[in-house]
Ligand binder design. Structure first.
Ligand code: 6PG
Length: 234
């Protein structure tokens, strides 16, 4: 039995507001208990309204570290950069006081940048308090792409790496991604999915039927130790 709580909205702005409030509450709780909070967000197009709402949340952002679940290996000057997205939409207003830990390093390939990235990640107070995942219509989440060259390593329950490079036909540029064990250590897991096509993909992944059995997102749903809160709107 999968541990999933689904929150459906008819209006995506209402979803963004509700998700931002839930995430903010978890960050406040972490600050109250541990004096700091660690948030990992996804990039792509889905989280834009959510980022805008969360950027106004009233909490002590100076105690919050923000990073990405995964990143495209492009400089911040690229429109494809998730860091650029987070900086422009999330790290503004109240959230401008947060500390951002980017994944992309000044190196040509993710492999070349791995040592520098691992050194930078030592600053993170893992485990994550909150992880917000997205999902693609091919069933990928984070950079766990179907057919990804390091997919098995990234999903390996016994894997020791915090991050791994990933290349896949559907990924565009090379990626860097937190591995599944690190993401599943999170104290709270959210999956933000919008649109009818993705609803069907997620339903197939939940049922584990046909193609759904092999969708990488199913590994998250199956192995999560905390409930996965799915936030969906059409
Ligand atoms: O960098 C990325 O692409 C992401 O972090 C990725 O995992 C994303 O969440 C999905 O691809 C959904 O992307 P959209 O929101 O653009 O559909």
């Amino acid at each position: 039995m999968l541990n999933i709580a689904t929150h459906s909205f008819t209006d995506c702005h209402a979803l963004a507001a509700a998700l931002a409030e839930r995430v903010a509450a978890r960050l406040r709780e972490a600050i109250a208990v541990r004096g700091q909070a660690l948030l990992a967000v996804s990039g792509g197009s889905t989280p834009k309204h959510f980022f805008e709402r969360l950027s106004h949340a009233s909490l002590d952002w100076s105690r919050v570290q923000v990073t990405l679940v995964d990143e495209r290996w492009v400089p911040e000057s690229s429109d494809r950069s998730n860091a650029r997205l987070v900086k422009s939409l999330l790290l503004q207003h109240a959230a401008a006081a947060a500390t951002f830990v980017p994944l992309h390093q000044h190196a040509v390939t993710p492999e070349d940048g791995l040592a520098a990235l691992n050194a930078a990640l030592d600053a993170l107070a893992l485990p994550f308090d909150v992880v917000v995942l997205g999902m693609g219509e091919d069933g990928h989440t984070a950079s766990f792409f179907p057919g990804g060259d390091r997919l098995a390593d990234a999903l390996d329950p016994a894997g020791r790496e915090r991050v791994l490079p990933m290349r896949a036909a559907g990924a565009g540029e090379p990626r860097i991604t937190f591995t599944l064990p690190v993401l599943l250590d999170a104290r709270a897991l959210f999956l933000h999915v919008e649109g009818e096509a993705k609803r069907r993909v997620l339903a197939d992944a939940q049922l584990g039927l046909g193609a759904g059995r092999d969708y990488p997102v199913r590994a998250v749903l199956e192995r999560a130790r905390v409930p996965v809160s799915v936030y969906w709107c059409p």
